[in-house]
Design a protein around this ligand. Sequence first.
Ligand SMILES: Nc1ncnc2c1ncn2[C@@H]1O[C@H](COP(=O)(O)OP(=O)(O)OP(=O)(O)O)[C@@H](O)[C@H]1O
Ligand SMILES: [Mg+2]
Length: 549
Amino acid sequence: MRISLQTLIVIGTCVAGAALVFGLVSAQYQQIAALQKQAELSQLAQRDNRHLQLMSAQWLTTIDLFFGYQQSYLVGGISTQAEQLVAISRQFEELDNPDISTLAATLPESIRAVVALTGEAAIQADPDSDAWNESVTRTDAITASLIDQLDQLDSTVAQQLQMDTSLLAGANRRLQFVLGISCSLYILVMLLAWLWLNKSIVRPLEVLSAQTAQNKFSDDSIFLIGKAPREIVALSKGLHNFTARLAKAKNQVEKKKTELEENLQELQDTRLQLIQAEKLSSIGQLAAGIAHEINNPMSYIKSNLSTLTRYFDAFKRAIAGQEALFQAAADAPQTAGTHLQELRTLHEEEDFEFLIPDSQEILKDAVDGAVRIQGIVKDLYGFSHVNNNGYTQVNINDLVQQALRIVANQLSPDTKVVTRLGKIPVIIAEGDKLSQVFLNLLVNASHALNGGGQITLATGAKDRRVWLQVKDNGCGMPEDTLVKIFDPFFTTKDVGEGTGLGLHIVQEIIHSHSGKIDVKSAPGKGTVFSIVLPVEQAGYQADTVTPMQ
Ligand SMILES: Nc1ncnc2c1ncn2[C@@H]1O[C@H](COP(=O)(O)OP(=O)(O)OP(=O)(O)O)[C@@H](O)[C@H]1O
Ligand SMILES: [Mg+2]
């Protein structure tokens, strides 16, 4: 990775500043540590010096007692005290201070000289002798010089302690000064670096961030920052290229989306056409039976109408005879008898006692036949019609019976239909599509029976769901057929007899209602199709949906 000059300067400044502060502080600290040690030694010397001065005073007093009052027994104490003084004065030699150690080094010699003189004087023990006086004189001279040496040592030790203490205080003050200055300088440098970084890095980054927030992946001119650290320029170029690629990809995706939407629309249209074609194909397969069903009532309506035409002729003649009789009674009463006779003959010939109730019977039959034809046409219309009513309140039992009426004519007389329609709630569904489902299943069952057998239709409800079973004891299916029956265009029927779309569309319709379809079959034993449908559909409330027309 290449690092920009700005970043290097910032890193360099931070490291150099930190090293400088560390160096200065550490040097000061080492100096302070050395001075501290020195001051501690001086304090020790001061303590030893006080001890030395105190003991010297006692020792000199003992010597005065010895010489002044000729206490010769004190010579042993003088010697012991002298050894202690020598031991204390030796301690000064350990101090790394030539002035003090030189002064201290002269003490043992004087002390021992005095001890020697007191030793000699104690042996003589005669204060009037010259030797005694000589010892006193020499001892006075040595102790006077010793006192001088001790005074010098005292003042040198005091000076040294004072000097070390003031050096230590000075070094401490310097350390505080160095610390204060270097921290202030460091803060100042950091502040300047931060301001500079803010200007050269943060600001360009803010500009980039604002650009990214506004970018609509279309404007090629943005995301390019000229004056900024190398990394930021690289980032802006990267973003620029990335957004350019995104904009291109977005265009492609949008194109693809439009294409896919068009394709989807086409597929939906084709699907609707297929469903409709399949519907018509089912109706086509049933056409012969339906024609027969319509033909039956039509033929007796026709024969009834021709009988009625004949009856109508007799009624016409009777009415004409009546009119002639009424006319004769008014205009020529002598001819009325003839007309009355003619009317009686007509009554005897035509048997109006029979014709009138028979006409009523014939008319009623004709009306029944017409109603039956109307029913068949209505059922057929329900299936063949492209219905876009959408979801309505639907009674499954009604739809099953309607499908049964349409299929009934194609069932052989040896086929028994058993219906066990339970008490079920209305459901929200696309009624015309469900009719197609039931019709397809019934047509398939009738084909599977191939002559005679039994079709059982059952419905029921459980847990806000309704179920339907279409069962036949026809040919059944082997396993390899069973796994393919819902595939589009799969059929075992001869060309022209089946499209193979029936069960595929059945499955699609059930799934579009969030329902389930299941099949069980065994060759030679029969087949059961089971369907389960929810009473409600997502997005539809039972009470807001109108009943099916
Ligand atoms: N009740 C059944 N008993 C036995 N086989 C059946 C039954 N129902 C369907 N099949 C088998 O499933 C195949 C596919 O049925 P599907 O209804 O999809 O098409 P089809 O009946 O052949 O033609 P169409 O599209 O005209 O309905 C049928 O050809 C048949 O072999
Ligand atoms: Mg079918």
